[in-house]
Ligand binder design. Structure first.
Ligand code: UDX
Ligand code: ADP
Length: 464
């Protein structure tokens, strides 16, 4: 099979954008075109303002700047890009279904199906189709079935699964130096064509080849194991608080067992992000489909514990503030699901924020990267104007600095581990808060000794 010369990627989101930028960077001989139906998103990828790219990732702007216009292009002309490509990546969104059979668990595959149909109708010659989006096991079969319909153009296809393991906030370093790359498929030539692309910068032993179903399932299993570790440490955090143990000490002690390992043992407000919950729910759905009731229940519990952790924190805030937050100003530090990203999908701050709003609190939210529009969509209500500000029950506003958020507040609640929260001036913050005032550090980032010295009451996750 001749080497791949032109790649088209359908979907210019968190996965498609960074992945294609790094492929273009590392493979200057390949022309990469990223297409999307969303014209505003493509315009932002093409914009002069590199701070305004649709995805915020450390290091991304530099890579885009180096390749854009050279061998990396962003376009809304989906059809032409597919027709020109030897290889098409499907990186479209696959959220959890909200209605119909499998609602709340199964993935909504309408965008995958639509893009597969588009490939079927526009491709020319032999085209390798690569599943990049996180998908339920056996989706490749469905994609292959759509592509196997007789094509007017006489095009032929091979379908591969090549799941994405990048984590947001470290996407560029994950793509440049991945632990492994997984390629699943049945067509050896197609597998080698894709492997040859990654081999441009990734050591051969890290490029794994499996059958299609193993590849698809490995993605779900890897995310389920990671999420399970977080629910496990969060369950222990609650027990630490009850018994006087310290979860950071316990995590260190167990993490030194080389069989357990030290990573992903940070207790917090629960995991967020577009993958963990969706992938476990997919796994649960799959188990139920195959009659594995007990296995489904086992994984479902990882998700339940995650919700419980978020509700527990919201309840605890209310309880510490004399059982009521009605009419109180609460400063939320951080809204993104983790640091170094503007993504809020499944962020613990959403559920915790909604619970506190339901209790009548006024939230003053400060996040260095998340936009007001995004917070409005997530909380399901618009911010109050400054004029109404303090008085409005069950409301929120966004503020530019931690100090402004804390002004007049009864509590500061840290929900995202932004590095700027490590060096806050607690003396200054405490001086503008209403007493008695609390710091709830759900991410173990604040200098709590300073906060205590400044007169704040302090609750920290997992500390008894
Ligand atoms: C995850 C996987 O890591 C990645 O391999 C997969 O492709 C997509 O899903 P991502 O969601 O971007 O990546 O972020 P990740 O760093 O895994 O964090 C997920 C959530 O877990 C965040 O909310 C984070 O704050 C939380 N977390 C992580 C903890 O609470 N404790 C930890 O120890 C680690
Ligand atoms: P992910 O995190 O998986 O990258 P995103 O929602 O960030 O998910 O990005 C997916 C992108 O795919 C969106 O920008 C959406 O507009 C785009 N998309 C979905 N379906 C199609 C399609 N048929 N053709 C082109 N783009 C599509």
């Amino acid at each position: 099979m001749p080497a791949v010369r032109k790649i088209c990627c359908i979907g210019a989101g968190y996965v498609g954008g960074p992945t294609m930028a790094v492929i273009a960077d590392r493979c200057p001989q390949i022309e990469v075109t990223v297409v999307d139906l969303n014209a505003a998103r493509i315009a932002a990828w093409n914009g002069d303002d590199l701070d305004g790219l649709p995805v915020y990732e450390p290091g991304l702007a530099v890579v885009v700047d180096r390749c854009r216009g050279r061998n990396l292009f962003f376009s809304t002309d989906v059809e032409s890009a597919i027709a020109a490509a030897d290889m098409v990546f499907l990186s479209v969104n696959t959220p959890t279904k909200t209605s119909g059979h499998g609602a709340g668990k199964a993935s909504d595959l309408r965008w995958i199906e639509a893009s597969a149909r588009q490939v079927a109708s526009c491709a020319k010659g032999h085209t390798i189709v690569v599943e990049k989006s996180t998908l339920p096991v056996r989706t490749a079969e469905a994609v292959a079935a759509i592509l196997s319909q007789p094509q007017v153009s006489g095009a032929t296809f091979s379908v591969l699964s090549n799941p994405e393991f990048l984590a947001e906030g470290t996407a560029i370093s994950d793509l440049e130096g991945p632990d492994r790359v997984l390629i699943g498929g049945e067509d050896a030539d197609a597998i080698e064509a894709l492997a040859a692309i990654y081999a441009q910068w990734i050591p051969a032993e890290r490029i794994l080849r499996t059958n299609t179903w193993s590849s698809e399932l490995s993605k779900l299993a890897a995310n389920a194991f990671l999420a399970q570790r977080i629910s496990s440490i969060n369950s222990i955090a609650a027990l630490c608080e009850a018994t006087g143990a310290n979860v950071a000490e316990v995590a260190r002690a167990i993490g030194l067992d080389s069989r357990i390992g030290p990573r992903f043992l940070q207790a917090g407000p629960g995991y967020g992000g577009s993958c963990f919950q969706k992938d476990i729910l997919n796994l649960v759905y799959l188990c139920e489909h195959y009659g594995l009731k007990e296995v489904a229940a086992y994984w479902q519990q990882v998700v339940e514990l995650n919700f419980w952790q978020q509700d527990r924190i919201a309840r605890l805030v209310v309880q510490k503030l004399f059982g009521t937050v009605t009419g109180k100003r609460l400063a939320l530090f951080g809204f993104a699901f983790k640091a170094d990203t503007n993504d809020t999908r499944e962020s613990p701050a959403i559920r915790i924020g909604k619970r506190l709003i339901e209790e009548g609190a006024h939230l003053a939210i400060h996040d260095p990267k998340v936009s007001d529009d995004q917070i409005s969509r997530d909380l399901g209500q618009a911010p109050v104007s400054k004029a109404d500000g303090f008085g409005a029950l069950g409301s929120w506003e966004s503020v530019a600095s931690p100090l402004e958020a804390a002004t007049g507040a009864d509590a500061v609640i840290i929900l995202t581990e932004w590095s700027s929260f490590q060096s806050l001036d607690w003396l200054a913050i405490a001086s503008v808060m209403r007493r008695p005032a609390w710091l709830f550090d759900a991410r173990t980032v604040a200098q709590v000794d300073q906060a205590r010295a400044a007169g704040l009451n302090v609750w920290r996750i997992g500390e008894g």
